[in-house]
Design a protein around this ligand. Structure first.
Ligand code: NOJ
Ligand code: CA
Length: 705
């Protein structure tokens, strides 16, 4: 009896151990133990997960699964087949970037699941838990009855634990060029953002948000949701379910197919990412998105050179000159058509920009409107075959331009406006990139204005994701770096394809020139820094000194001070950084010295302070020098900021040149008032900055000789 009962107790203890271990084997913590992900099989056999931070729930029980058009949906009646865990740590080097060395340390949990009943499909979920967030993805092995997979929807849920404050743009399938709205989660109303008058294409089918979407909880924790390694799949939007305080993936689809994604097993989805931070600035410092991508596949990429550039660009947005050459809209009569005399991309004008670049240490000149077709490119469905990317206008002597640029050690940046006639571009890819190669050009700005042809496809759907990838790979073949406008959002692929250098994917500076809604308000960039910028580099095109744009655009203006325009070179990261204004506004201007000096490639970056939508200060150390640059920007509120310079090397004296808002500076009333101060500082110094309403400050710091 006694023996029996102790055996009984022993077996209970044994069972408890097993149960305990089962729980343990399906949960995983971050290396610093703060974040915990628990995987579970819910009552009806659904796959689900929970995330906590320092013991507090951050994501409540959230379900996972799929709907297909060629098989039954997947997500319930599942059993756990096995689970495994591992720890991983490496340091990898960015060939160019916000920092040189990147720490990639995480703990990983892989759970393999199988349906209990026919068709007994199997898949696995991989959770990677970093100190600053979580990434997870689904993987499907090859298996009987599951060869081609037509995904109607991915049902990945993020169940929030409160009605968080959100900074969001609508889940537009065709463009990210929306202003961010700050609202409680329950007030998100993406449909109210439909039909924006300044968007050449927009499609907002449901109440969803695009990613990255950033949130702040009542407890002061910051969360940001996005995706990493988007390859051969559709971009994600997150559908808002205000009643249940939950978001669910809503993949970008196509009007031409019932499914949203078509794949073959074996395949993995992109990573679904959740950044978790106690400080808003930590969101910016996080490397989760790049870490969840594969290492460099291109090998030696020393030919990719971060640079500043000027361009024949802003003058068209101001209406001073035009992209097109002839005074006709009719392609059939284009040949022999008379020039209207306002064409921007002439040989002479390009040479003026080359001279300006060469005189100011600026590495490159972008030339838009150099190729035929601009007379009739927009607003029509008949766009195929209009641009060919190899035929210059009669007044643009490309051989001479390239020769002249080379003699001045300046590069020409190619421009490919596809007008979203994507099939035309696909057919031209090799020819277009061989043409660039022939002319020694190693950078291209691409553009996708307008609805996608073929009709029914969207900029962020799988069809286009695959197109953008083909462009990247073709460009890599010809050693060309790509800056894409109207792109697919960055998901960290620059780690794998370092020629994926920068992109638009937000409301850029151009909106200040012509938007009919007043341009980008002063809170735009302090919001962008904590939302869009988490995805990757931004070609925002800063540096407008003629803030009021007179005499060109008397009804428009930039809604920042001039000092803030300088600060953006540090705050808004891009390895290609434009000095966007007309050279005439830089010539002789003392503030232009900052643009001449500022770095474009960084050893390290530190976010000194910031609050989403309010202000942010970033310090970056230039690679291979001891120079530091600091940028600080604020929204419509003025504020005093104190910067501790303890990031500097101890016991070294530095000259700091501070470009600050002047007396009474104000983004609207007095935007160009600024002052320059010089001080000697060291690692124990404090710099006090007074940022004007819509203002900023830029500091260049170098060791005293
Ligand atoms: C939109 C791009 O964002 C802009 O930079 C470019 O000038 C125009 N398209 C024309 O291609
Ligand atoms: Ca654009």
């Amino acid at each position: 009896m006694r023996i029996l009962s102790s055996a009984f107790y022993l077996s209970i203890i044994f069972l408890m151990l097993v149960a305990c271990e089962a729980t343990d084997s399906t949960s995983v913590k971050s290396p610093d133990n703060n974040i915990e992900v628990k995987f579970l099989i819910a009552d009806e056999g659904q796959a689900a997960y929970i995330i906590s931070y320092k013991g507090q729930l951050v994501i409540d029980t959230s379900y996972l699964g799929f709907e297909f058009t060629n098989m039954p949906s997947l997500g319930s009646n599942l059993e756990l087949v096995r689970s495994s865990k591992k720890s991983f740590s490496e340091t990898w080097e960015m060939p160019w970037g916000e920092q040189r060395l990147v720490d990639n340390t995480f703990n990983e949990l892989v759970v393999t699941l199988k349906e209990l009943a026919e068709p007994k499909r199997t898949f696995s979920l991989t959770f990677r838990v970093f100190d600053d967030g979580v990434g997870f993805r689904y993987s499907f092995p090859e298996q009987a009855g599951m060869n081609e997979v037509l995904i109607a929807e991915e049902n990945t849920e993020f169940k929030l634990t409160g009605n968080h404050t959100c900074w969001w743009i609508p889940g537009d399938w065709d463009i990210y060029e929306h202003l961010f709205t700050k609202s409680p989660f329950s007030d998100i109303d993406a449909l109210s953002k439909r039909n924006h008058p300044n968007l050449a294409q927009t499609h907002i089918p449901v109440n969803a948000v695009n990613t990255p979407v950033t949130m702040k909880t009542d407890d002061g924790l910051y969360l940001s949701f996005h995706e990493a390694a988007l390859v051969d799949y559709s971009g994600i939007t997150l559908k808002v379910d205000a009643e249940n305080n939950s978001m669910r993936s809503n993949l970008v689809g196509s009007d031409n197919q019932k499914h949203k994604v078509k794949v073959q097993t074996p395949f993995s989805t992109p990573w679904r990412t959740i950044q978790i931070a106690q400080r808003a600035g930590d969101l910016i410092e996080s490397n989760i998105i790049v870490n969840l991508n594969e290492p460099n596949k291109l090998g030696d990429v020393s030919w990719i050179e971060p640079t500043k550039y000027v361009g024949i660009w802003w003058e068209m947005h101001l209406g001073k000159s035009t992209w097109d050459y002839a005074a006709t809209q009719d392609m059939s009569t284009y040949i022999g058509a008379k020039p209207h005399g306002r064409h921007g991309a002439t040989t002479e004008n390009t040479k003026r920009y080359i001279d300006f670049a060469a005189a100011n240490g600026i590495g490159a000149v972008l030339v838009e409107g150099w190729n035929t077709g601009w007379e009739s490119w927009i607003g029509t469905d008949d766009r195929e075959g209009i641009f060919d990317f190899v035929t210059p206008y009669p007044d643009y002597d490309i051989e001479e331009v390239v020769r002249y640029a080379k003699s001045k050690d300046v590069k020409i940046i190619m421009h490919h406006e596809t007008s979203s006639a994507v099939t035309t571009y696909d057919q031209q890819l090799d020819t277009a990139y061989a043409f660039m190669h022939h002319h020694g050009m190693d950078m291209v700005k691409t553009g996708y204005v307008g609805t996608i042809i073929p009709k029914g496809e969207y900029h962020h759907g799988q069809w286009m994701v695959n197109h953008y990838m083909r462009v990247l790979q073709t460009a890599a073949k010809y050693k060309v770096a790509v800056n894409s406008h109207e792109p697919i959002m960055a998901t960290g692929l620059r780690r794998t394809y370092p020629n994926d250098v920068t992109r638009e994917g937000l409301r850029g500076q151009e909106f200040n020139a012509w938007a009919t809604d007043g341009g980008n308000p002063p809170n735009h960039l302090p919001t962008v820094a904590f939302t869009r910028m988490l995805a990757g580099p931004i070609d925002f095109t800063p540096g407008i000194f003629n803030i009021k744009m007179e005499p060109y655009r008397n009804d428009n203006q930039v809604n920042t001070t001039l000092a803030q325009q300088l600060a953006l070179y540090v705050v808004i990261y891009s390895p290609l950084q434009m000095a966007a204004d007309l050279p005439q506004y830089y010539e002789g201007h003392p503030a232009f010295q900052f643009i001449r000096d500022v770095g474009v490639d960084w050893e390290q970056s530190i976010v000194l302070n910031g609050e989403v939508g309010q202000f942010v200060t970033i310090a970056r150390q230039e690679r291979d020098t001891e120079r530091w640059f600091v940028g600080s920007i604020t929204n419509e509120e003025s504020r005093n900021i104190i910067i501790k310079t303890d990031f500097l090397t101890p016991n070294v004296k530095y000259n700091a040149t501070i470009y600050a808002d002047g007396e009474n500076a104000h983004w609207d009333l007095n935007p160009t008032s600024f002052k320059i101060e010089q001080v000697v500082i060291d690692s124990n110094s404090e710099i006090k900055l007074s940022l004007a309403c819509g203002g900023g400050a830029a500091i260049s710091i170098e060791p005293v000789e």
